[in-house]
Design a protein around this ligand. Structure first.
Ligand SMILES: [Zn+2]
Length: 386
């Protein structure tokens, strides 16, 4: 861990004795045994309500039955948002082969997809004989919006991609009257979430527009948008669109899933979670840890530790290694700058700007907090979000 961040931290450095979350999450708390609140939330709220045994499988079959019934006579009965990563790839197999669903596979081309991801998506859809729809985001608007986020100097510069993907899926489902969206989101590899100060939340359209207004040069015409009220309330309760997370109902072990996909589909592995996109690889592997001291591997490994897929020792060992490849970083840096249409010097200039946070721009945070409180009250959200 970079010394600069330890010095800048207002509190004494501490790391959880159970997982590898630490005070780089500034709001983390520890109990008397040194176990963090992410871990305690997992053991108290998630684990007791998470059923991947017969009970889970029966509930998932019930859901599948309903999806099939409502989809009768339609070309597709659901849609699967596909990044080509392990979660969405395994989900696709599960949906088609195990549940007998007829999903439309939906992928979003933000301009940054790696060839590996594109190949994996093709392999899966071809072998499962499914129809693939790819939504291509207008590159000029995307590029301009990404640059605006760099200029805003916030830590959540991956938002323009996230928001476009998220919005495209919802907009497509609404337009084509598809009632069920299946996502690869899951407790097994994501039960601990990135703290809000690291990546904020991609659905805050007010913040996106504020940053766009202040720093962008082009209007957003073709760029797809959604907002929290639209997808959490209007689409869910008025349009009846439901989001299902099938991976939470079955045993889902990341390494086993990877091995299965490799053997069955010739799927190829990525070096790290979220590395399907060249931008996300650069962002999570280099920009975020280097500029802000936030290492998303901590969150990913901690999820794997509490779900017994990785030991703490193994995680610490991996964290002691650099999150990016030192031999290729200069090249990667240049690639990102060139693709964004700016010089290496200019990109370095954004790196050197004083860091800002989501609190420095307009937001819908209060609405989001209220929504999360309500969802936790009704047991719809069990992960710690802050
Ligand atoms: Zn912990």
């Amino acid at each position: 861990m970079n010394l600069k961040y330890i010095k800048n931290m207002k509190r004494k450095y501490q790391i959880c004795t159970n997982c590898v979350m630490d005070t780089t999450d500034s709001k983390i708390t520890f109990d008397k045994n040194g176990v963090c609140d992410h871990c305690n939330n997992f053991y108290e709220n998630i684990l007791p309500n998470w059923h991947t045994d017969e009970k889970g499988w029966l509930s998932l079959q019930e859901i599948a039955k309903k999806i099939k019934k409502e989809g009768q006579g339609k070309e597709f009965d659901c849609m699967v948002g596909m990044s080509g990563g392990v979660d969405s790839s395994y989900l696709l197999y599960l949906a088609k082969e195990k549940l007998g669903l007829r999903p439309l596979v939906f992928s979003v081309d933000t301009g940054w997809n790696t060839q590996l991801a594109v190949n994996n998506i093709k392999k899966l859809t071809n072998k499962l004989d499914l129809k693939l729809h790819t939504k291509v985001i207008n590159w000029e608007e995307m590029r301009d919006l990404q640059l605006a986020f760099f200029k805003a100097s916030v830590s959540h510069i991956d938002w323009p991609q996230d928001h476009a993907i998220f919005a495209s899926i919802y907009n497509f489902a609404t337009k084509h009257k598809i009632k069920y969206i299946l996502t690869g989101a899951n407790y097994s590899t994501e039960c601990i979430k990135n703290p809000m100060e690291w990546t904020y939340m991609g659905s805050d359209l007010v913040q996106l527009k504020d940053i766009h207004n202040k720093f962008a040069q082009k209007p957003l015409v073709k760029y797809p948008t959604t907002n929290i009220l639209k997808h959490k309330v209007y689409l869910r309760y008025f349009k009846g669109i439901k989001v299902i997370k099938p991976l939470n109902y079955v045993p889902y072990i990341k390494e086993d899933a990877i091995k299965f996909l490799v053997d069955k589909f010739g799927w190829e592995k990525y070096p790290q979670k979220h590395f399907e996109s060249k931008f996300t690889k650069f962002y999570e592997g280099y920009w975020l840890p280097k500029k802000f001291g936030y290492d998303t591997r901590r969150v990913q490994f901690s999820s794997l530790i509490v779900t017994k897929q990785m030991t703490r020792k193994e995680a610490l060992e991996k964290l002691s290694q650099s999150s990016y490849d030192k031999n290729t970083i200069a090249q990667d840096f240049e690639y990102i700058a060139t693709k964004l249409g700016i010089s290496v010097k200019k990109l370095q200039g954004y790196m050197d700007l004083p860091n800002k946070s989501y609190k420095d721009y307009k937001s819908q945070l209060n609405l989001f907090i209220l929504g999360t409180k309500l969802m936790r009250l009704f047991g719809l959200e069990r992960r710690t979000i802050r």
